[in-house]
Design a protein around this ligand. Structure first.
Ligand code: M6R
Length: 366
């Protein structure tokens, strides 16, 4: 059942190329230049005329929501708020009929996310579900939705659900951008063609496994770890830190790289591993100067870089390469080495990777 892999998590990491193509197949018609998604096509006016999107989710799905915030605002020019479902439901939120509330949930059973959707419906908002489990409670409760086609995710640590959520949300943003005219035809086509290349680029990223294992072996006993990124890769830093925490029990924090100087930089010394996402597109030079700040305080730098990068290679203690792509799609690639890094550290520490202590695959109680 694990298809020859030692753990479900590793199997699911390796399934991402096919999970992503299963998610866009039949929806992205590249030659025709259209995206077909029934849940959106049937409600296009309502969704595209929304004054605002509110995304509600928990954990990794919330991180996918943060990536979506950048994509929706960038491509479809719709204001987006991303909320922890547990906070949203209890704070008497201002919601109106002009809002679209999007719930993101792998299981479709998360109690807080479900309660947030019920509240949004009561207040007259249009609700949209991005779920993986077909027929799940959230997918049934929402007014419309689009499934991720990741297949069953068994490992408690979410991997392919995250990247397929980003895939669906990207398609939604592109479809809306096209409908609203906020993206040019050529840019739209360019995004679709780049998306089609992602599965093979993930296969390429998976080849870094040997290097990542070596890095894991060096840092597996570190008590703490920082993850930094900017822009589209800030949520990826949060996700990398969550993956490490939940399966290896090493304390980790994700931060937007520029926030370092507002506090966390005080933590840096020669013992502190800092994972920095420093891909070429988007704020590259700014991230390079953040890396210099860490280096001058003797932090150990593990950098995720674009294939062929030399500038960061000179500064970092370790580099892990990912192929180049357009900025909005980089999270689909930069996430991969972070998943593998936490996986290998947890295995080396002898932890129960697929069923970490104190955690459940779906959190059906609040
Ligand atoms: O099923 P959901 O996507 O609603 O689950 C949300 C979180 O419980 C989930 O992402 C959790 O954070 C994972 N263990 C993260 O790996």
């Amino acid at each position: 059942e694990k298809g020859g892999y030692e753990h479900f998590m590793l199997k699911e990491i390796h399934e991402q190329p096919s999970a992503i193509s299963d998610t866009y197949r039949g929806r992205m018609l590249v030659d025709e230049g259209i995206i077909r998604m029934a849940g959106m096509d049937d409600n296009m006016e309502r969704i595209a005329n929304a004054k605002r999107f509110i995304i509600v989710a928990c954990g990794t799905s919330w991180h996918a929501g943060l990536v979506a915030e950048y994509i929706f605002e960038d491509i479809a020019r719709i204001p987006v708020e991303v909320e922890y479902a547990s906070e949203f439901r209890y704070r008497n939120p201002v919601i109106s009929e002009n809002d679209v509330v999007i719930a993101i949930s792998q299981s479709g059973e998360t109690a807080d996310t479900m309660a947030a959707i019920k509240l949004a419906k009561e207040k007259g908002a249009f609700t949209f579900g991005v779920c993986n489990v077909v027929g799940s409670s959230i997918s049934r409760e929402t007014n419309a939705g689009a499934y991720t086609h990741a297949g069953p995710e068994i490992g408690v640590a979410s991997t392919k659900a995250f990247t397929t959520q980003i895939t669906v949300l990207t398609l939604m943003a592109l479809k809306l951008g096209k409908f609203k005219g906020t993206i040019s035809h050529s840019d739209f086509q360019y995004h679709l063609r780049e998306m089609e290349l992602i599965p093979n680029k993930i296969k390429d990223s998976l080849k870094s496994d040997t290097i990542i294992r070596e890095i894991a072996n060096i840092y597996k006993d570190a008590p703490n770890c920082l993850y930094l990124g900017r822009g589209y890769n800030f949520p990826v830093a949060l996700e990398g830190a969550l993956k490490l925490k939940e399966i290896s029990y090493i304390h980790a924090e994700g931060y937007p790289a520029a926030e370092m100087k507002h506090g966390p930089i005080a933590l840096i010394d020669e013992q502190m591993p800092v994972v920095v996402i420093a891909t070429k597109k988007g704020h590259y030079e700014k991230v390079v100067s953040n890396i210099q700040e860490i280096k001058s305080r003797k932090g150990k730098i593990i950098a995720i870089v674009t294939h062929g990068d030399e500038e960061v290679r000179d500064l970092a203690d370790h580099v892990i390469e990912v192929p180049e792509t357009i900025e909005s799609l980089t999270p689909l690639l930069t996430t991969i080495p972070l998943q593998l890094l936490s996986y290998h550290i947890a295995v080396m520490l002898g932890k129960n990777v697929d069923q970490p202590r104190n955690l459940a695959k779906s959190v059906t109680v609040e």
